[in-house]
Design a protein around this ligand. Structure first.
Ligand code: ACM
Ligand code: ZN
Length: 547
């Protein structure tokens, strides 16, 4: 039955008219990201109501993971595992705690009589379970009962642990708002790909999307804009909704890192509180895309107080170690002319030198001040690579987006880095050079293979590479108005990214990845996900050549 599902998937792929014939599915260990050690074995473990579920008695969080797995099996396969204290020679799924395993790592051993998941931490067990799901029929991901599937697991020995600690994906909900229901779905996709960070870009020129109780106009006014046709466009998340998301993500070992982008990209906030800008406004929540001159007035102590108040509420909603405070694309033009900003430059003795203007240093002053505040609350800041233009806030982690150079420089300076170079990781870029069959996008070209080819530590010494916490992709949504289009832009590129994030460099193999991708594509189809046909690239290129 399992084989026939694979064959069915394969034949479906082969008859898709616009697609190049995919590589033959050579086995059924279609696990993405590729485990670091996988040895296929003979035979299968059959799931049934007789199978025992054995979990360490003194590990409630591990039990939660095991219970979640059992619940999912019950719902989709109609199989109820029997809780037991020991395996006792019976068919069983056993969760075993073992000290000293790599953080987030797990071992999965499947024989015809026993499945053993071994880890030292709950998230290791969670990833072991994600791997088991990928060895089961796709129905296991659903909510409906599907008794007529092959509910068995092929025998295998797996030893696995991630390459990077930061494995993320960013979603911009400012240019286009994503309904809260979709955020849950997005997090499910992250979990399936063993990602552990959801970077939530919550504020920008085109909308302020998170409730801040001390400044209600941020959402009353700042979450709405008037679009070209004169229609109102808006949406925001209440603090309660955001806390529910944090909880849901946490149950999947995903940290939500919020981004409040400052001191640029702040028109929505300025529209709500014009006194925070250098000119005093009036400002509007911006219906256009780009980089705008009106930014926060750093000379105005009220603006700084505003930032500190906002951060106090943000850290109350989001327990993440890191808070992203943006720092990108903040023009200096208003500060150059603003008496308050110039006064701040004087009182803080911010000096120009051959590399930086006094206004560059004014931005650094702002970032450092917010960093100090967050550090005092036990948090760390992340900033886009523009924060290197000036004096980098001392403990900042740098997110390198304008290529990798900023990240390399930051690592050389001893800062931690998250690599998200736009030429590999900007999922708002086109997936095909021939854009005729693609939804209109911002530009660029980042096909699946390009994403896969990223090595975040390339050109770094071993010592510098230690500063690379990991990598993520960013989905800016200027030209992505719907959740369906979000999905089209991330699927299946996020699968390629997952392998960059998780799999050791020497185990990566793009051709092999494309064969394993067939399993995921089956899943996307089953769940009605709006993915981009991954093998269409060659067909498009051929069409272009024939023109
Ligand atoms: C960015 O793309 N402005 C970080
Ligand atoms: Zn000013």
């Amino acid at each position: 039955m399992k084989k026939s599902i694979s064959l069915l998937l394969l034949s479906l792929l082969m008859i898709t008219p616009s697609c190049q014939k995919p590589k033959e599915v050579t086995n059924e260990y279609n696990i993405v990201p590729q485990p670091n050690q996988l040895v296929p074995k003979e035979g299968r473990f059959e799931l049934s109501n007789k199978v025992r579920l054995v979990v360490p008695s003194d590990a409630p969080e591990v039990k939660k993971v095991a219970d979640g797995f059992a619940e999912q099996l019950k719902q989709t396969a109609g199989i109820s595992l029997k809780e037991a204290e020991s395996v006792d020679g019976k068919p069983a799924i056993s969760f075993v705690l073992q000290e000293g395993m790599p953080k987030e790592g797990y071992k999965l051993s499947v024989t015809p009589t026993l499945i053993t998941v071994t880890a030292s931490q709950p998230n290791g067990f969670f990833y072991g379970v994600q791997t088991i799901y990928q060895l089961l029929p796709p129905a296991v991901y659903g909510k409906e009962l599907k008794k007529k599937a092959d509910w068995s697991v092929p025998a295998v020995e797996i030893e696995d642990a991630p390459r990077f600690v930061h494995r993320g994906l960013m979603l911009d909900v400012c240019r286009h708002y994503a309904p809260i229901e979709y955020i849950y779905k997005f997090i499910d996709l992250l979990a399936m790909n063993k990602m552990n960070v959801f970077h939530w870009h919550l504020t920008d020129d085109q909308g302020w999307r998170i409730e801040i109780k001390k400044y209600p106009k941020l959402t009353e006014i700042g979450s709405k804009r008037i679009d070209g046709e004169g229609t109102e466009y808006g949406g925001f998340y209440t603090q309660e909704q955001a806390k529910e998301i944090v909880k849901y993500a946490g149950e999947r070992y995903i940290t939500v890192i919020p981004e409040v982008d400052l001191p640029g990209h702040m028109l929505a906030a300025l529209a709500a509180y014009p006194e925070m800008g250098c000119t005093g406004g009036p400002y509007e929540v911006c219906p256009r895309w780009g980089v705008f001159e009106d930014v926060l007035c750093i000379g105005n102590e009220k603006s700084m107080q505003f930032l500190e108040d906002v951060m106090a509420e943000i850290i109350d909603i989001f327990p993440s170690k890191y808070i992203h405070i943006g720092g990108d694309e903040a023009p200096r033009t208003r500060w150059e002319k603003c008496p308050k900003c110039q006064a701040r430059i004087r009182t803080e003795k911010l000096k120009a030198d051959k590399n930086h203007t006094a206004e560059d240093r004014l931005q650094s002053y702002c970032m450092t001040r917010i960093e100090k505040l967050l550090n005092s609350k036990g948090r760390q800041i992340i900033g886009w690579d523009e924060i290197l233009e000036g004096d980098v806030a001392p403990n900042a982690t740098v997110m390198s987006w304008r290529g990798s150079a900023g990240g390399i420089k930051a690592a050389q300076l001893g800062h931690d880095v998250i690599m998200t170079p736009n030429d590999y990781c900007y999922f708002d870029y086109y997936q095909s050079e021939d854009t005729r069959h693609e939804p209109f996008a911002i530009g660029g070209f980042v096909p699946l293979e390009k994403v896969y080819s990223l090595n975040p530590t390339a050109s770094l010494t071993e010592e510098q590479a230690k500063h690379i916490l990991g990598t993520q992709a960013n989905l800016w949504t200027e030209y992505i108005p719907t959740s369906e289009q979000v999905e089209y832009m991330v699927l299946p590129r996020m699968a390629a990214l997952a392998e960059v994030q998780w799999t050791q460099l020497e185990k990566k193999d793009y051709t092999n990845f494309t064969t394993r991708l067939a399993g995921l594509i089956g899943l996307y189809r089953r769940d009605g996900l709006n993915y981009r046909e991954p093998f269409r690239q060659q067909a498009d290129s051929t069409a272009t050549e024939k023109k």
